[in-house]
Design a protein around this ligand. Structure first.
Ligand code: C5P
Length: 227
């Protein structure tokens, strides 16, 4: 069974506060988040094809940075970008992997692909949650002045979900069949479509770069692991 990896990298990355979209931010030595991400996918050795989804004005730049990948234009929401990427693949198994998780170790890719090969229709990597989690009432006050706690949730039953998320092609197409479907991850769309989702072990190195603090950590990781 062939495997494609779709890399949504068309976000603006406004929470990062950098001048360029997140995937095009330099992690040190002139190597962008996108290049680290695609390099990690190729090193994992699971992909027959890699499809990178970027803002339309950065297509030529992405082709130059990651010549091994097919590059297509994204949409205004992550789910739209993923749909554009799926259209560029015809593999039996499709992994969707955020560009913003450039250090995801090969083992995580293998665990996800193996679980799909063993018959799971939708597979996500996840980690136990370290913090105590409380549900709050956001309407109770502004964020600055505090919020009322509704309850403490049982963290033993929770997982922080990462990518790559793996699917049979049919399951991913079904999850995205409603073109208006928007979700922060593809498994969320699969759940809504009634597709069972299976969790395998994630890895702290599959962290997502979202905030300036994450970027600082990511640059430290690159500095420590560069020859
Ligand atoms: O915004 P967030 O960090 O959750 O985005 C996750 C991933 O989805 C990022 O790699 C981002 O580039 C991608 N994305 C996209 N198209 C969008 C929005 C986000 O490809 N319109």
């Amino acid at each position: 069974m062939t495997v494609s990896v779709v890399v949504p990298a068309a976000g603006s990355g406004t929470r990062l506060g950098e001048a360029v979209p997140k995937a095009f931010v330099d992690l040190g030595g002139g190597t962008t988040i996108l290049e680290h991400c695609v390099d990690g996918i190729l090193r994992a050795g699971v992909a027959d094809t890699v499809v990178v989804v970027v803002p339309v004005h950065l297509i030529d730049e992405a082709k130059r940075l990651v010549p091994a990948a097919t590059v297509v234009a994204g949409g205004s929401h992550r789910s739209e970008s993923v749909r554009a990427g799926i259209a560029g693949t015809d593999s039996d198994i499709v992994l969707v992997h955020d560009a913003a998780r450039p250090f995801t170790p090969p083992d995580v890719f293998h665990r996800v692909v193996d679980a799909v090969r063993h018959g799971h229709l939708a597979v996500v990597p996840g980690l136990p949650v370290a913090d105590t989690l409380k549900e709050v009432d956001p309407a109770s006050a502004g964020h600055d002045t505090g919020e009322a706690v509704i309850r403490t949730v049982d963290r033993e039953r929770l997982r922080a979900i990462q990518t790559p998320q793996g699917f049979t092609r049919a399951a991913l197409m079904q999850a995205h069949a409603d073109a208006s479907g928007l979700a922060t991850d593809d498994a969320g769309l699969a759940e809504r479509a009634g597709i069972p989702v299976h969790v395998v072990a994630g890895d702290p190195l599959a962290m997502k770069i979202t905030t300036p603090w994450d970027l600082r950590i990511a640059r430290d990781v690159v500095a420590e692991t560069s020859p």
